[in-house]
Design a protein around this ligand. Structure first.
Ligand code: GSN
Length: 221
């Protein structure tokens, strides 16, 4: 049996969380090797394991893969979560890249200083509800299907669900004006592999706590 993918990153969500989500959705078990100190990161670099001296890094199929998007592309293609032809793939890429932009805002929210949080939240809510969520609500309305692309589960569904849940952590009623996103959330959450990942005790990470941020910053800067 092939070895389980091994994920090298800090024990927070950050850039690794979409990778955890995608592997989980694909039903792939994985191991995590947490970078806990700057020395841990230095060791990975000295061992020549990090192409650009950065994590996330995923050991998988004999490769030491870096660059979040490259890793996600590989997993999506390998586990048939990347559309059935080039046009579906292009659509999935567009959706996913939009979601990455929103994800960047959400990730930054958790590390905002207390006096900037409110203003940052207003930006998130504005961008989520006026730019990103209407796109996906419209897609679902127009084709009337259960999944975003090609009527089958893809990485775009997995990443959208991840973002919807994160956005709700920032503002619990953020989906109020989006009935189809609400039913999408319920539907994708009940896909068996994803349902399992959403249960307590899985490798899904909680939102970072403010008090953990300085330790994480020390590792990378
Ligand atoms: O998407 C990617 O994997 C890369 N384009 C960026 C990876 C990255 O920035 N990794 C950070 C830690 S995760 N936080 O944002 C990192 O390894 N920083 C240390 C460094 O020397 O850049």
């Amino acid at each position: 049996m092939a070895a389980k993918p091994k994920l090298h990153y800090v024990s927070t969500r950050g850039r690794m969380e979409p990778i955890r989500w995608l592997l989980a959705a694909a039903g792939v078990e994985f191991e995590e090797c947490f970078v806990k100190t700057k020395d841990d990161l230095t060791k990975l670099r000295k061992d020549g394991f990090l192409l650009f001296q950065q994590v996330p890094m995923v050991e998988m199929d004999g490769m030491k893969m870096v660059q979040t998007r490259a890793i996600l592309n590989y997993i999506a293609a390998k586990y048939n979560l990347y559309g059935k032809d080039l046009k579906e793939r292009a659509l999935i890429d567009m959706y996913v890249e939009g979601l990455f932009d929103l994800n960047e805002l959400l990730i930054m929210h958790f590390i905002q200083p207390a006096d900037k949080k409110e203003q940052h939240l207003a930006t998130i809510v504005d961008k989520a509800t006026n730019r990103y969520f209407p796109v996906f609500e419209k897609v679902l309305k127009e084709h009337g299907q259960d999944f975003l692309v090609g009527n089958q589960l893809s990485r775009a569904d997995v990443q959208l669900l991840e973002i919807l849940l994160m956005a709700e952590e920032c503002k619990p009623d953020i989906l109020a004006q989006f009935p189809l996103l609400q039913s999408f959330k319920a539907r994708i959450s009940s896909v068996p592999t994803i349902k399992k990942f959403l249960q307590p005790g899985s490798q899904r990470k909680p939102p970072p706590r403010q008090e953990d941020i300085p330790e994480i910053m020390k590792i990378f800067y």
